[in-house]
Ligand binder design. Structure first.
Ligand SMILES: NC(=O)c1ccc[n+]([C@@H]2O[C@H](COP(=O)([O-])OP(=O)(O)OC[C@H]3O[C@@H](n4cnc5c(N)ncnc54)[C@H](O)[C@@H]3O)[C@@H](O)[C@H]2O)c1
Length: 342
């Protein structure tokens, strides 16, 4: 089985990807700088679980604490392990924090991303997948969001760095023949999720009877996407690297493909859920009412995200969509056991 290097392996999506791939027989090298953007305890716990599972099942797993910004250290890691496949999930995430600390985004998402691409070039990586984001759709009002839409109007530095990643990836696909696949994730949620994202913030507020801030007076919707569905699609994409689009027309270029091995996919549910409905589902599962505090829209936020997921379905055959009720149930069960707040 191929050797896969996952950056951001102590993070939410990276952890789930690592565990799933190890269970499926891949060798995995995880790297992460374990920064303190959110509770590092959660990151260490995820790593602890990966270590425990690996000992129990003799998984081929190794973790290295490293920062994407440190290019020479990254090169040493690539030289030692020679990964055939790279999943780049390490990034400074979060839309709202990018208004406060833009340089964290430039460092990890632009400098760090370029360093990883240089390593992929140097060590002739066969398949490179990286996290982009639904936030690249920025100010677009046409829904659902399609990969064929233009994404030249970002409304946050975070979104701008993700769009820049797609441009950099295209260049490396073109010049160095590296197959690159960009994953535009749409609000991923589930067990071991991120404390800075709505599902965790809402669960915490409802359980502790604190007000739940409902932005844009609830007139917002998201393609909430369950983590297992995301991981399943990633596993299929690992087996199907990007390839040139034979029908690509340079006179009418499709933004999501190319004459070289470059692809970009929406990874999200086709159905969007209104914020208030999301909170109601969580209230039901927690058996407690939320104290809703309605507020204005925040800078950098996008009102609605709706994924057109037909392209990923065409490419890998299907895209599983766990229902919100099932997804929230699994998330709440984990939340209660992790935070001991039954
Ligand atoms: N979770 C979502 O809904 C969502 C939506 C859109 C895009 N994304 C993207 O998917 C990827 C994974 O997201 P996540 O939710 O797992 O976030 P996360 O913050 O839980 O994981 C990212 C990990 O990367 C690490 N990291 C950050 N900068 C680093 C650096 N310079 N060097 C090494 N490690 C570094 C962090 O310590 C963290 O553990 C990110 O690129 C994010 O922007 C996530």
């Amino acid at each position: 089985m191929s050797k896969i290097l996952i950056t951001g392996a102590a993070g939410f999506i990276g952890y789930h990807a690592a565990l799933n791939l190890l269970k499926n027989g891949y060798g995995v090298i995880g790297i992460d700088n374990i920064n303190d953007y959110y509770d590092v305890n959660l990151k260490y716990k995820r790593l602890e679980l990966l270590n425990e599972e690996s000992v129990l099942n003799s998984f081929n797993w190794e973790f290295i604490k490293a920062d994407l910004v440190d290019k020479s250290y990254l090169m040493n890691i690539f030289d030692k392990y020679k990964p055939e496949i790279v999943l780049n999930f390490a990034a400074q995430a979060g839309v709202r924090y990018s208004l406060i600390n833009p340089s964290a985004y430039i460092n990890s998402n632009i400098v760090g991303f370029s360093n990883i691409m240089e390593c992929c070039k140097e060590f002739k990586v066969k398949n490179f997948l990286y996290a982009s984001s639904s936030s690249v759709y920025g100010g677009n009002s046409k829904i659902p969001f399609s990969e064929e839409d233009g994404v030249d109007h970002p409304v946050s530095i975070y979104a701008a760095t993700k769009k820049a990643n797609e441009l950099i990836a295209h260049t490396y696909s073109h010049i160095y023949n590296i197959p690159t696949t960009g994953l535009r994730f749409f609000t991923v949620y589930g067990p071991w999720g991120r404390p800075d994202m709505a599902p965790m913030i809402f669960a915490d507020a409802i359980i502790n009877e604190k007000p739940v801030k409902v932005f844009n007076y609830g007139k917002m919707s998201r393609s909430f996407t369950y983590i297992d569905d995301v991981i399943e699609s990633i596993r299929k994409l690992i087996e199907k690297p990007a390839s040139p689009d034979e029908g690509f027309n340079k006179y009418d270029p499709n933004p999501s493909t190319s004459w070289n091995s470059y692809r970009v996919f929406n990874i999200g549910n086709h159905k969007s859920i209104n914020l208030n409905d999301f909170i109601s589902t969580m209230e039901k599962e927690l058996g407690k009412n939320a104290i809703r505090e309605f507020e204005e829209m925040q800078d950098g936020d996008v009102k609605d995200t709706v994924a057109d997921n037909s392209k990923i379905i065409n490419w890998i055959g299907d895209f599983k969509e766990t229902s919100l009720t099932t997804g929230i149930k699994k998330f709440v069960n984990w939340y209660k056991s992790f935070y001991n707040s039954n």
